[in-house]
Design a binder for this molecule. Sequence first.
Ligand code: PAF
Length: 326
Amino acid sequence: MRIDIIGAGSLGLLLAGKLINAGTEVRLWCRSEEQCRRLAEEGLTVSCEDGRKAIRLKGTRFQAAPISRFAETVLQEPGDWLAITLKQNIFHQALPEILAPLRNSRLHAVCFQNGNGHLELLQELLPEASIWAAVTTEAAKRKTLTEVIHAGKGEICIGKRSAPRQESHKNAQNEENTAAISLIEALTAAGFYALMSKEVDTMIYRKLLINAVINPLTAIWRIPNGELPASEERMQLMKELYTEAIRVYDACGIAYAADAWEGILEVCRATSGNISSMLADVLAARATEIRWINGSIVAMAESAGITVPLHRWICRLVEGMNVKER
Ligand code: PAF
């Protein structure tokens, strides 16, 4: 199996490293020429914090190439799967141009983003493609351009959204499912706990709720996830964000578990030492995904005709954090 991975950040490097190590052919598409050069020279390392042996792969065992060459390469030599691990902002900025030559291609693509809105964009860019969503609880931290730390084992759940436009012919569905099973087998062989789910919509909204509470607050307070429930004041703001989001879910008819609040506290515990992806972005002075996380709660609220002042305010607060100082 040949897998193209667009995005060589923490998750992209983790997927690539473990898949290559298990014998899958991987082409890794990077945004910077420097990263391609260093991956070719230094190889790729996946290390662990729990003392497990690191995976060290020579640069000759995989291809790392600039994302600008992705479309021409895939047109000549198609891959079996495309995994997109770009952050939401880069996804929205860069993919329309990069994927334009592939508009009529029947790719199998799987998206690993937090938040909402990217699957619809990808389906618009690639109308013939079979688009899958992946919801993962794997934790990874990129240490350098060529090294990633596997900070916590989780699961990778893959499924198709139940949007009516994605309903396809039975033969096409069988072909899509067979391709998805092969992907799951490759991920399993690589040591991931991967599964296919018919409940991916529920999982996307469950993760959105988790991210909408944990990510902005950890980014603003600059604390690891485990510190979030450490005081009454913090818990109160978490709960207010949660309650506002739940009102939106109710208004939009989106299902959530009766113990969704406890689920958020459990994620804080299970990932207590980790810093959230939004805090990592803020610390690295990168744009955050706030627009696609809390911003998508605001958009859903607008469409349902209800107000969410706290989510609206927190979007503006986090968006203001990464304006470059003059
Ligand atoms: O975005 C993140 O950091 C993660 O999705 C989560 C679950 C909040 C854990 O850090």
